[in-house]
Design a protein around this ligand. Structure first.
Ligand SMILES: N[C@@H](CCC(=O)N[C@@H](CS)C(=O)NCC(=O)O)C(=O)O
Length: 218
């Protein structure tokens, strides 16, 4: 059994959900971060994205390589890891609930990406309309199952995307979670998890980008 290799840019982005899952569960992996700057495409370990892109199944990352196999598409990678590491709930119903959460959070992320890259929606629309609408939905869903996480007392795979995206939104507006007590408690709890804490603090100190530098976020 070899160590899985995660290929992604030197950003948080979609790759961060996978990194958080690995870190929190103390699963050894190689975090291969390619330089995302188009100006000089010299990449980590001499890899060059435009070159590597040609070998990627859909020409994009994240990509997980393990034991001679290649997995792409963020959701597929997360669910693959969820199934093999017991992070997919305890039955079909819970697994589907986690999928609903995952897809819902991704839909919000699509709006965020359009804001970041195309300035449409505008910041005001994100803060005054899109995020309040979506966060209220997540807050409601968060209460369906007892416990501090999406389901019960331990994170499953969808908890990592939820945590990452909530964290990104606090960079947009620091107190954005204050109106959503379950989401805020969850976000605080995740920050305190011992295996994540050290990584998150280092990430903060390293100022790893959240695809938002254009908007002056850090
Ligand atoms: N549907 C894919 C989308 C992946 C994607 O958009 N990857 C972007 C980075 S977040 C990428 O590789 N961009 C570089 C390129 O397209 O050349 C997924 O969910 O993983």
């Amino acid at each position: 059994m070899t160590v899985p290799q995660l290929f992604y840019f030197d950003l948080r982005g979609f790759g961060e959900y996978i990194r958080l899952l690995f870190r929190d569960n103390q699963i050894e992996f190689e975090d291969i971060r390619l330089d995302h700057e188009p100006k000089d495409n010299r990449l980590d370990r001499g890899l060059e994205w435009q070159e590597l892109k040609k070998s990627m199944i859909f020409g994009q990352m994240p990509c997980l390589k393990h034991d001679g196999k290649e997995y792409v598409q963020t959701g597929a990678i997360m669910r693959h890891l969820a199934r093999i590491h017991g992070l997919n709930g305890s039955d079909e119903d819970e697994a589907t609930f986690l999928d609903m959460f995952f897809e819902g959070v991704r839909d919000t992320r699509k709006e965020y990406s359009r804001f970041i890259y195309y300035d449409s929606p505008k910041r005001e629309e994100m803060l005054e309309s899109i995020l309040p609408r979506d966060l209220a939905d997540f807050e409601k869903l968060m209460k369906v199952h007892p416990g501090e996480f999406i389901i019960g007392d331990k994170p499953n795979y969808a908890d990592y995307i939820l945590f990452e995206e909530l964290d990104v939104y606090t960079h947009l507006y620091a107190t954005i979670l204050d109106k959503y007590p379950s989401l805020k408690a969850f976000w605080v709890k995740m920050w305190q998890r011992p295996n994540l804490k050290a990584y998150l603090e280092k990430r903060k100190a390293d100022r790893v980008w959240i695809n938002a530098i254009e908007k002056g976020l850090d």
